[in-house]
Design a protein around this ligand. Structure first.
Ligand SMILES: [Zn+2]
Length: 457
């Protein structure tokens, strides 16, 4: 099993409340530890190459990029007022190096939930990433493969039951206080003001959220822009270096879904009650975890990820709409999810550990309802232009882009680009209009019938 440890998607901690496992180890403070010897970056050694974060005052997602798979463990420390230290979540990454620029530059935020993110060497083999919080919060940690990244979702809203500790495969020995080599938390009195450079933080967010740059934390304040309208995040899949599926005559999924997304935004924006944004409005690559984070950070009520299906069976056809689940009912759906997740099929297995806990039943019911409404409406609208358009229907599969979404979230597979007839149809603007009209009709129906859950905002 050791050989497989690095290939699993591990959920080390589930909703653990800060402070559940701390105390005695505090005695091993940073000042008492010997300075760790430097570790040079060796070829083939995983390395913390980037730390990305998306945050507002009730939600934060931090992504730690290591490229290659690593063994890791997450834990927490309670606030230590005497030393000016806030509550902390820290991730110990074993056998990894760290890029110098990350080690020397803690990222300051101070938005009421996240204070800063910092990283450094804890000992010869361990890099520690420390997330300084403004207040104790529940959180979840999981990893995604291809490339390997550790995701920390911090939930600053609502009451979530405290679960017992469940150390992951990397658990070994007691945790100790922040290492001397990790920059200490800055006492509140010495803190710079909270940066808020993100245009999306304004009361009138742009329709197109800018892509988040690496090593940068973007803060927003949802309370300043409490929604008067239903917020919709449209997510055209793929983009940039990732073309998605490609049809027999070369049509690319990334281009089709972007065009559909733009049409949905244009059509839906005509109705005053919708605030529509897109995860991308150009041909750029955006990691899956970032798309979800953009929707969460923006306080979206509805998340619609747009894709075009493909199959080795060139006769496969029809429209389907998915919600997140741990598994799938057949191999085709699993293969589809693996392809959309950008991982080999065998790496998909571990995701079940994440989804089971993170996806609540109430939201799933809403998502199922929206998915069915979307699929029915899309098929109906396309059928007016192309009689005989097929419906595969409502389905479920483990799509990474839906993991951790805090809102009603669906993923549309708008016919098969691998089918020559459907590929030709996808070149027809009236077909793209039909798909967009179907999604718009479903979202309007969904919004008007009060199915939305506004509990988070
Ligand atoms: Zn796709």
């Amino acid at each position: 099993m050791e050989g497989e440890a690095g290939e699993r998607v591990d959920l080390t901690l589930l909703r653990r409340h800060l402070g559940a496992a701390i105390l005695a180890v505090l005695l091993c403070s940073a000042g008492l530890l010997p300075a760790p010897p430097p570790v040079s970056a060796a070829p083939g050694v995983p390395r913390v190459s980037d730390i990305r974060a998306w945050t507002n005052e009730i939600y934060t997602r931090v992504a730690i990029d290591t490229g290659d798979e690593v063994s890791w463990q997450a834990s927490t420390l309670r606030a230590d007022p005497a030393r000016g230290l806030p509550p902390r979540i820290f991730i110990d990454i074993r056998g990894a190096g760290i890029r110098d620029e990350i080690r020397s530059k803690p990222v300051e935020v101070r938005n009421g939930l996240l204070r800063q993110v910092r990283a450094g060497r804890f000992d010869r083999d361990t890099v520690r990433v420390v997330i300084d919080l403004e207040r104790e919060s529940t959180y979840r940690v999981f990893a995604l493969p291809g490339p390997f990244r550790i995701i920390v979702d911090i939930d600053g809203a609502g009451e979530i039951p405290v679960l017992p500790n469940s150390p992951g495969p990397a658990a070994a020995g007691p945790s100790s206080e922040d290492p001397a080599t990790v920059p200490p938390a800055i006492p509140p009195s010495a803190a710079p003001p909270t940066p808020s450079a993100d245009p999306a933080a304004s009361s009138a967010p742009p329709a197109i959220p800018p892509p988040v740059e690496s090593s940068r934390v973007v803060a927003s304040h949802p309370s300043q822009a409490r929604k008067p309208r239903v917020r919709v995040m449209i997510d055209p899949g793929h983009g940039g270096k990732d073309p998605g599926a490609i049809g027999p005559t070369g049509l690319k999924e990334k281009d089709v879904v972007l065009e559909i997304g733009r049409r949905i935004r244009e059509k839906l924006s005509r109705f005053g009650e919708f605030d529509v944004r897109m995860t991308r409005d150009e041909d750029v690559f955006i990691p899956l975890e970032e798309r979800t984070a953009m929707a969460n950070k923006g306080g979206a009520d509805i998340f619609v990820s747009l894709h075009i299906n493909a199959s080795r069976n060139r006769r496969a056809e029809g429209f389907s709409t998915y919600v997140l689940s741990r598994g799938a009912s057949n191999r085709e759906d699993l293969e589809l999810a693996a392809r959309e997740n950008g991982v080999p099929l065998h790496k998909l297995q571990g995701v079940k550990f994440i989804i089971d806990d993170m996806f609540t039943g109430a939201r799933k019911n809403e998502s199922l309802r929206l998915a069915k409404t979307v699929n029915d409406a899309v098929v109906r609208h396309v059928s007016t232009r192309y009689p005989g358009a097929q419906s595969i229907g409502l389905k479920q599969a483990p799509f990474y882009v839906l993991v951790g979404a805090r809102m009603t979230a669906v993923l549309v597979e708008a016919s098969f680009i691998s089918n020559a007839r459907e590929e030709a149809r996808l070149r027809d603007p009236s077909c793209l209009d039909g798909i967009a009209d179907g999604v718009v009709e479903a979202i309007r129906y969904y919004g008007q019938n009060g199915i939305l859950a506004h509990s988070d905002y």
